[in-house]
Design a protein around this ligand. Structure first.
Ligand code: 2PG
Ligand code: MN
Ligand code: MN
Length: 558
């Protein structure tokens, strides 16, 4: 014990033994909702998950995965992977990026910090570039925050602003990009009336331009770099509204995958490449899909693609995106300080951990799980395995994704006897759910269920324990609804929901290693994802730290 009295040592659980092999399975985007034609989980064959549900209420229940239960500003905020895995891994509820940016804007502190003072030095002679997701989804960014940022910089001496917008259609309805661009254009027109030269300079769909993650496909970031920094893109327009409307008119076009475009003046010259002396702010608060661009903007040594020209800029992120890498060096708002995560505690208590997913979700069960921290706590006790994801496709083309491969790796790790905790994320419900393709999402849910079975069978073989849960809803509801829950019609047609939901998610416990008297308590009715960490610690034979959200389980005499 150190002089502060702090110790990593967890007390022994009074009733539960140590040494059981525990599989922690996170089904990404797997919520619980009423059965109907838009509930792909219900409409898929999911015998394994169905059988777990029969264990209710002692071994199956629902937990909250959205809004304040995961540190988001309001109960209208849908859950997402970052906040979901943060809560699962950290066992406490932290005010998340969205909320922290709101507070900093409300108090004006965002304009007083080091990050802002740093970029402000470019306002007199350079251009301020704002790059990010144009959306009010609240998962990666929010338009109202961008609007307040624009107001703040315009009151603080900025002369020239260029926006590089990424259209969404994933956290908001497909097609909403047009209205977002219109709103932004109106705001910029007002700034111009005040004498500030403010324009949209480039754009593209988030899944095609810039917002790749976990280094799955650098060509996505390169397409963004070419448009934003070099001012080059296959499509050129004189207005962003015209750009989005025209590109959306192509067959099969959608907001998520719009091609990159630049805005040009009458002579065909791009209106806003990033050049020496400029300032850049990436306004997404969420880390995973901004990290690659942050590296391209900031790293001197960089060989992921040819940057052609590397402007000398003052760059700040809305948040610090990686605390371990200190990336970026400058940021406007400090990120949540997610410390003492369950992963770190368990490793200090000798729990050997294996974590695995495919690339597109790999950081979820490692980086997010560990409180937005990359790397191992103790490389001798941990192994993280990444299965390469398909790239260059939309996941409805391959809805089974790498579920079986992930499950096989987990199985191998379970049977090896080398690990105490085997943690996976199964991406299918979420990644395919985001495509809005109902048939493919049903195939995806079936594949995830089959993967769960492979892992549960391995747990059965070694006498272990399983904890099966999810990070937020997605595939269980694929239609936009009115307040009363009825599908909302537009031009006589339902609107397909590609985003996450507000639904709760299941959690199931079981396996031959689960002590006979273990069951879910009935006095934590509002339990959420943050209660899972203490639960898992108990199953490993430890009491959770006293400031963790309470455990979901109790042990009764049998
Ligand atoms: O794909 C993403 O970036 C988000 C949705 O914006 O999904 P998830 O939180 O499940 O990663
Ligand atoms: Mn997710
Ligand atoms: Mn998602």
């Amino acid at each position: 014990m150190g002089s502060s009295g702090f110790s990593w040592k967890l007390p022994d659980h009074p009733k539960l033994p140590k040494g059981k092999t525990i599989a922690v399975i996170v089904l990404d985007g797997w919520g619980e909702a009423n059965p109907n034609e838009y509930n792909c989980i219900h409409n898929a064959e999911t015998p394994t998950m169905d059988s777990l549900k029969k264990g209710a209420p002692e071994h199956w229940r629902l937990v909250r995965a959205h809004g304040k239960a995961v540190g988001l500003p309001t109960e209208d905020d849908m859950g997402n992977s970052e906040v979901g895995h943060n809560a699962l891994g950290a066992g406490r509820i932290f005010a998340q990026g969205a909320k922290l940016v709101d507070l900093a804007l409300e108090s004006g502190k965002i304009f007083e910090g080091d990050g802002f003072n740093y970029i402000k030095e470019s306002f007199e002679t350079g251009t301020l570039h704002l790059i990010g997701l144009l959306s009010d989804g609240g998962v990666h960014s929010r338009l109202d925050q961008v609007q307040l940022l624009l107001k703040g910089v315009s009151e603080r001496g900025v002369k020239r602003i260029r926006l590089h917008v990424l259209t969404d259609g994933r956290d908001v309805l497909d097609g909403s990009s047009v209205a977002f661009v219109e709103t932004l254009e109106n705001d910029l027109a007002k700034l111009r009336e005040k004498g500030i030269d403010a324009r949209i300079a480039s754009g593209g769909g988030r899944m095609n331009v810039t917002m790749d993650r976990y280094e799955n496909d650098w060509s996505v970031v390169k397409r963004g770099w070419d448009a934003q920094v070099l001012g080059e893109a296959p499509f050129k327009f004189t207005s962003a509204l015209e750009a989005v409307k025209t590109l959306r008119a192509a067959p099969k076009a959608n907001d998520q995958y719009l091609p990159p475009f630049v805005i040009v003046d009458e002579s065909g010259k791009s209106v806003g490449p990033i050049v020496d002396g400029d300032a850049v702010v990436t306004f997404n608060f969420r880390a995973d899909r901004m990290t690659m661009l942050a590296k391209a903007l900031e790293y001197e040594k960089f060989d992921n693609f040819d940057r052609v020209r590397v402007p000398k800029i003052r760059y700040a992120g809305m948040l610090e995106y990686d605390g371990e890498l200190k990336l970026p060096r400058h940021y406007l708002v400090s990120p949540p300080e997610i410390d003492r995560t369950s992963g770190e505690y368990l490793v200090h208590n000798g729990v050997r951990t294996f974590a695995c997913s495919e690339t597109v979700k790999f950081g979820h069960v490692t980086f997010f799980w560990n409180g937005n921290r990359s790397g191992y706590f103790n490389a001798d006790l941990e192994q993280y395995v990444e299965i390469p994801s398909d790239s260059g496709i939309t996941f409805n083309e391959q809805p089974k994704m790498k579920a079986v491969e992930i499950a096989e790796k987990a199985k191998e790790a379970i049977l090896s006897g080398k690990f105490d905790q085997i943690r996976v994320n199964l991406p299918n419900g979420d990644m395919v759910g985001h495509t809005g393709d109902i048939e493919a999402t049903i195939v995806a849910c079936k594949a995830a269920d089959e993967a769960v079975k492979i892992i549960l069978d391995a747990i059965q073989q070694v006498g272990g324990i399983y904890v099966v849960t999810a990070d937020h809803g997605n595939a269980e509801d694929m239609v936009k609804r009115d307040k009363a829950g009825k599908p909302l019609l537009k031009d006589g047609k339902v609107q397909i929901l590609t985003s996450h939901t507000l639904e709760p998610v299941p959690i199931a416990i079981g396996g031959p290693g689960l002590a006979p008297g273990v069951r879910f308590r009935n006095d934590v009715p509002t339990g959420g994802l943050a209660n899972v960490a203490a639960t898992v610690m108990n199953l490993h034979g430890f009491e959770a730290p006293s400031d963790y959200e309470t455990t979901l389980i109790e042990v009764v005499d049998k």
